[in-house]
Design a protein around this ligand. Sequence first.
Ligand code: HEC
Ligand code: HEC
Length: 646
Amino acid sequence: MFRAQAPGVVEILDSEMEPIAPASRPCPVRLSALLLGIVAAFVPLLAAASQPAPAALSVSIVHTFGTTPIRAEDVSCRTAAGNTVSISRLTYFLSHFALLTADGARVEFPQTLGLINALTGAVSIDLPPVAPGPYSVLEFDIGLPEALNHADPASFGPTHPLNPTVNNLHWSWQGGYVFLAIEGRWVQPDDALGGYSYHIATEAHRTRVRLQAPFNITGDTTLRLKFDAARLFSSVHTVAITSDAATHSTHSGKDDPLAGHLAANAAAAFSFVSAARTPPASAQRPHRAAPPPPLGTTPFPLALPKHFPQPMLPLDNPLTVQGVRLGQRLFYEQRLSAGDAQSCASCHQPDAAFADAGKALSIGVSGVSGSRNAMPLFNLAWSADSGFTWDGRRARLRDQALAPISDPREMHLPLDTAVARLSADATYPDQFAAAFGSPGITADRVGLAIEQFLLTLISADSKFDRVLANTEQFTPQEKRGQFLFVTEFDPARGQLGADCFHCHGGNLFTDHQFRSSGLDVDSADPGREGVTDRPTDRGRFKTPSLRNIERTAPYMHDGRFATLEAVLEHYSEHIQPAKTLDPNLAKHIVTAPADKRRAGVKLSPDDRAALIAFLKTLTDDSFLQRPGPAAPSPQPPTGTSTPQTR
Ligand code: HEC
Ligand code: HEC
């Protein structure tokens, strides 16, 4: 069809050239200009007509519950089985897209893969360009191809959908990914709020979706689909949540029909809505290239652990030996505080993994205590997405590196005074010039230098890491503890684990999400709500990493628990029915029938001891023994090396 048009265009070009050439003989210069103009005008047309330009194709998904758009945490969705539920998480992988043309030819995209997060608005996937023309069917898998499902999760770049920090769906202990996660709360028969948590995984549950999708591609096109979460609870199968705990969760075990039912329902939850022309690319953000490192600096050899996901380092603050060294010196600089009384290290001590050893709440230079427990500082490069502090209110590490200096409850020194003090020093001006390639001390530069130093604090050399690398062995008790840590508590299916990994999973031992762990029915500290203003975020705090946990007591955002035993007593017996309690813990609160009452994962004394033994294998002695302040000496900072590096 397109070839048929091509000769016609060539003919027009020829016939126009003929009359022009003789008439313009007296003026050859203008003739050639005119000819060039004509050719220039027609060549693109010619090319387009003979080989139709492929059109960019993307798929965009609207998520609803029945006829209303999904609203996170809204406990008002009625399922067909009569349950009232909310949805606090709905994420899934789609892969292996294919199209059928109107005359039945298959166009396959086996490499396509996308991560959809219905509640954060990451709801579209770009497909490779396709030839214009009429199409009839769109196909894709819910799930992952086997090779990708079992690939090394550390092999994916910092923004790749399969990077565990990006998707939070990696099941490191089982191999493979959870490819569909839906979680939320449900109203129990006694009106209390329970939790449900469905995790679909394994190749056996991967499901092909085939949608009748009649559309015609004439240019860049967006295919709009709908995912109706109500159909996840009832389409092929009806899913009812009852007092039977087996209906509160699934982990995709071989003999668990619930996982298969949900996978089939998920496929039936999709429908084709429309194909629309994609708005012109001008609406897209221009790509910004990272500036080069400052002149005269040496790149800092950051050793990233091989068994960690790849982090997203700030492109506009490349680590340099000079910058890191300056940041390290500033971290220990008492002149950054009123009365020269405190440095960052006063509340973040190296031998406590940079937490404030033994203090529930830290005390600032003015003798005033803050309202939160000082956080340990390591593996911060992996927190870029969640933001910093317990509630994530600081988007960038450099902001959190600067904030304590002027905070009246911390170092209490105006930033311009801090800058003036450093500028009057004998050695700082040269050190700043060396780190930033030009003279000048500013508060921004103080933040950038400390950010560089903090990014080098990597803890990845604990016994746990050495066991992973096969150079050491767990004791039987530690092994038992690890088993409990990564195993669900699901008495209905005979699994009596401690269910810690849902939030403290992966080799970083945190999912970097904001969760309520049920410390109080109504949290005195608003937590994440203070940042987002959403009541559904009340009492949610960033899941802390459990690395070096042996050394960072006391625990929790307010330091309420002095020991790990006290922490386990909480998870075992006292999870509080907070409105915002995470579904992964809410499912452990059982109020009826009376003989099944519990509010936790019911750990025996032996199991608690085993869990603590396992947690102690996360202590990284080489990290804890880092040297302290860096003098303005030329030695590069240490402590960034790990035995297994990329
Ligand atoms: C008076 C004690 C105190 C001092 C001094 C102090 N901090 Fe903190 N730091 C804290 C507390 C408390 C938190 C938790 C804050 C919150 O959640 O609101 C924290 C949190 C942080 C975090 C967030 C970590 C994460 O995982 O999100 C970083 C980074 C940090 N501090 C760096 C610094 C730096 C750099 C300095 C010096 C410029 C400093 N702190 C000085 C007490 C202190
Ligand atoms: C639903 C997610 C979730 C689950 C499941 C979970 N935790 Fe936590 N954990 C958190 C959050 C969030 C915090 C911080 C809470 C706060 O400070 O308010 C936390 C805090 C902790 C702390 C204190 C860390 C510190 O630096 O203060 C320890 C220790 C801990 N959890 C261990 C465990 C163990 C062991 C298990 C399994 C029995 C477990 N957690 C299960 C989310 C979870």
